[in-house]
Design a protein around this ligand. Sequence first.
Ligand code: UD1
Length: 407
Amino acid sequence: MQGEVTVQGAKNSALPMMAATILCKGQCVLHNVPRLTDVWAASRILNRLGCNCHMEGNTVTIDGGAAQSWEIPDSDMRQMRSSIMFLGPILGRTGACTLSLPGGCELGPRPIDLHLEAMRRMGAAVAEEGERIRCCAKELHGAKIHLPFPSVGVSENVIMAATLAKGETVLTNAAREPEIIDLAAFLNQCGAKIRGAGESTVVIQGVEKLYPTSYTVMPDRIAAVTWLCAAAASKGSICVRGARPSDMEACLSVLEQAGCRLGICPDRIFLEASRPLRAVPEIRTMPHPGFPTDGQAILMALLATAAGTSVFEETIFESRYMHAGELLRMGANIRIFGRTAIVRGVPRLHGAAVAAQDLRGGAALAAAAAGAEGETVLRGLSHIDRGYEDLAGVFNNLGCQVRRISF
Ligand code: UD1
């Protein structure tokens, strides 16, 4: 693979930000929103609530002030994990929210107990009635909330709910992902008072009202890593424009350890991978700024052909190695022991018929296929469409031959 690509806007920033517009009185405009099925799912929920959500190109307009409903149907909740991100904003704005367990990638159990507990701490009554969960609060109030684990989604829900709550909320052991900084910057631009986003302690002073604004979503660090790994797997060279390397240090460090040559500028990353790849002895997924779980499958696809043994440890999700079985079909040598994956590098992978079983696993298979000898037939594209604007188009522009035969 060879050439340049401009990275899309971040899915994991755009989705909570779309939900957060419910907190604003009036029409918000979000730029650089990626065109993905998860974004369609969020639009559908907003429209069902009455928020008049429109997308043109990569710009979304949402009239959060027009929200008239506080119920999310089960069918919409099942579309994606991020549907839980509507809980904080709907509750914060209307004082009531009814929803059910969210769907999304099968990565093992993904409970929402911490989301519900945080809302309870802010004064909401939560009743679980079969599949449906009813939350209501006359008025949310500030609270001291300590997370047992720095969950990204729970941190975001607390921040969103607290913006309109009465008094101060102090969130400790908060997640420090860059998408949280982006969400807080958007909300502060709307008039919220949030300090410390991106650090372990976030303090939110509730305000009376939030005003609409225009905001540009940050670049997608995992999409950037995907393009870098695909180029490296094919021994190619690439320039990923619009990426923010400061958000991606853990992944860039693994690429360097693997022997890729990197050129890093504040808004772009060059990668050249002409030398043979070396194994990376220990990669442990951790909350940011550690190595991201969303990069695990993609780096595994790359290290499948690195000389030596790489060892992955997945600490965030229980079952996130489904791509490993598919990589075996392509000639990889990977053994899984619980949360550990041992990858013995083979000289090369070969094309095979494989299936994406989750979003990042699917991207990993595409990256592996870019470097494999011969043709790969990849099924399960709906998983990839949840997070990548046009993976096939990007690969074709970089010199791969990809033909999409189903939509
Ligand atoms: C977000 C990202 C996802 C990424 C993940 C971890 C978005 C839209 N998605 O997902 O791409 O893989 O962070 O970086 O931003 N947990 C509980 N109870 C809860 C909530 C979470 O036990 O109520 C557990 C989860 O099961 C998981 C861990 O906490 O084991 C981390 O999950 P979390 O950080 O909440 O991930 P998401 O916000 O769902």
